[in-house]
Design a protein around this ligand. Structure first.
Ligand code: ATP
Ligand code: MG
Length: 465
């Protein structure tokens, strides 16, 4: 009798995967579905959800890479040295990897050599966590679970396969994967697995910045990434990677907040939609607070003057160190820089236009989302503040829709026209005059009219000469 898990697996595996397994069987080889895809089907069943449709169905086989290459018409030798062949079917790629045994990791990063084996259980034994060390045999209809992955899923535990300290020491990335899976799979760290993290930090410190960044980005897809960052804080990963964040822990806030800066920061990350860059900005948005905090004798409460500017200065180098792209870093730094919005309805239209110009129109959608998450993450009723963000967004949108000019490109004259009207050789004065015209148009949009601008431009150019 198949178990409920086996029935779920049988109905989830897509036909092309089944066809790959059958094709290998026809040349006398066995193949299994392994790793994250098996785990996710079993998790989805427990959550009563339909398994998220995924494209990365990974297969393990006792066929050697050359045999796999010969068995299929369309293949890519993705990582032959590591035993991985990509089989293409209907535009979808399936990774078929030859069973591998345990190998030595003398550098704590990459296995020294690859050793192909015939035994599935040996292959599963080198995998990181029990929930990732299960295989599904679609022909026999049998789930292979030698390390108790199903029991751990039932108990909601993330447990290392084998001796946790040894497994973490051989590959430093695993402790960070542990933090990520605590968030994405919503599991708890099994106790011995948790205790093995700190003794493995030397190995973790050898992990490249790019791989850490990639794990952070994957973590941000979780419903609550805070679960991972709390593990990273508690077990020393954050101290090794982003110590700048630790000053937030226990940093008391002003009386509008229920929580310290760290708790608020994590609540803000969780309150953002699952977009990685936005959530990284949430993680860093108050990173300048501990450094700017002062106790006001007048109000007997804390102030955080300039924390958004200081925060942007701290965030930039941190993201550079973690090898975020220039675009990602620029967006996050700008979001941190502008996250403090002191809008109230007494702002004039000109003030709203100045604010929009300072922030930049491209950043507005992400900024509104971040600011809403920020005010919701105070642990206090935030309806009034959310309503204020809504009001600012509506006013800015209306002004933009009315054609508000916010930059030189929006002016009703261009540089060449200005040069002709003034009758002087082009030089730095052109840009200076155009920028001054923008200032004046932001104050009064009625001035964005060709004749008036040229006349005013002539006057400005003359006074500059
Ligand atoms: P995701 O849903 O993020 O793809 P995954 O579990 O599939 O999660 P992958 O990085 O795609 O993760 O790896 C596939 C499988 O390979 C894992 O399930 C695990 O069995 C094994 N694995 C991956 N990385 C490691 C590692 N660093 N150490 C040991 N086993 C690993
Ligand atoms: Mg995967």
């Amino acid at each position: 009798m198949p178990t409920a898990d086996e029935r779920s697996l049988a109905s989830s595996v897509p036909d092309p995967v089944l066809a790959i397994v059958r094709r290998l069987a026809s040349v006398g080889r066995r193949a299994w579905v392994v790793g994250g895809c098996v785990r996710d089907v079993l998790l989805a069943r427990r959550e009563g959800a339909a398994a998220a449709s995924r494209n990365d169905w990974d297969l393990a086989t006792d066929a050697r890479p050359e045999e796999v290459m010969r068995a299929f018409p369309r293949v890519i030798p993705t990582g032959l040295r590591h035993g991985t062949v990509t089989v293409l079917d209907g535009g979808v790629a399936y990774e078929v990897t030859t069973l591998r045994g345990d190998v030595s990791y003398s550098d704590g990063r990459r296995p020294d050599a690859v050793r192909f084996v015939d035994d599935l259980v040996e292959d599963l034994a080198r995998r990181d966590f029990t929930v990732n060390a299960m295989a599904w045999d679609p022909i026999g209809g049998r789930l292979v679970d030698p390390f108790g992955g199903v029991a751990d899923l039932e108990a909601k535990l993330l447990r290392a396969v084998g001796e946790p300290a040894a497994r973490f020491a051989e590959d430093g990335l695993r402790v960070l994967r542990a933090a990520r899976f605590v968030a994405t799979l919503e599991l708890e760290l099994e106790e011995r697995t948790a205790q093995a993290i700190e003794p493995s930090l030397a190995s973790y410190r050898k992990v490249s910045a790019e791989r850490i960044r990639d794990e952070w980005m994957k973590t941000m897809k979780a419903r609550r990434p805070s679960r991972a960052f709390e593990v990273m804080r508690a077990h020393g990963l954050l101290e090794a990677t982003a110590p700048e964040l630790l000053d937030a822990v226990g940093c008391e806030q002003n009386r509008h907040h229920a929580w310290d800066v760290w708790t608020h920061t994590l609540a803000c990350v969780d309150a953002c939609p699952p977009e990685a860059v936005l959530r990284v900005a949430a993680l860093l948005h108050d990173i300048g607070k501990p450094r700017s905090r002062e106790l006001s004798s007048k109000t007997n409460d804390y102030t955080f003057h300039d924390h958004e500017r200081i925060g942007a200065e701290i965030a930039g180098p941190l993201l550079e160190r973690l090898r975020f792209s220039n675009d990602e870093r620029g967006r996050v730094v700008a979001l941190v820089r502008h996250h403090l919005v002191c809008y109230d309805e007494r702002w004039t239209d000109a003030a709203v236009r100045r604010w929009v110009r300072r922030v930049g129109t491209e950043l507005l959608p992400e900024l509104y989302t971040l600011v809403r998450a920020d005010v919701r993450a105070k642990g206090r009723d935030a309806d009034d503040e959310v309503a204020r963000v809504d009001a600012l967004e509506a006013r800015a949108a209306a002004l933009l829709a009315a054609g508000a000019a916010l930059g030189v490109a929006d002016l009703a004259v261009n540089g060449a026209e200005l040069v002709r009207a003034v009758g002087r050789t082009p030089g730095p004065w052109v840009g200076e005059v155009l920028r001054q015209l923008v200032e004046e148009v932001i104050e009064d949009p009625a001035r964005n009219e060709r004749g008036a601008l040229l006349e005013r431009g002539r006057a400005l150019a003359t006074s500059r000469a």
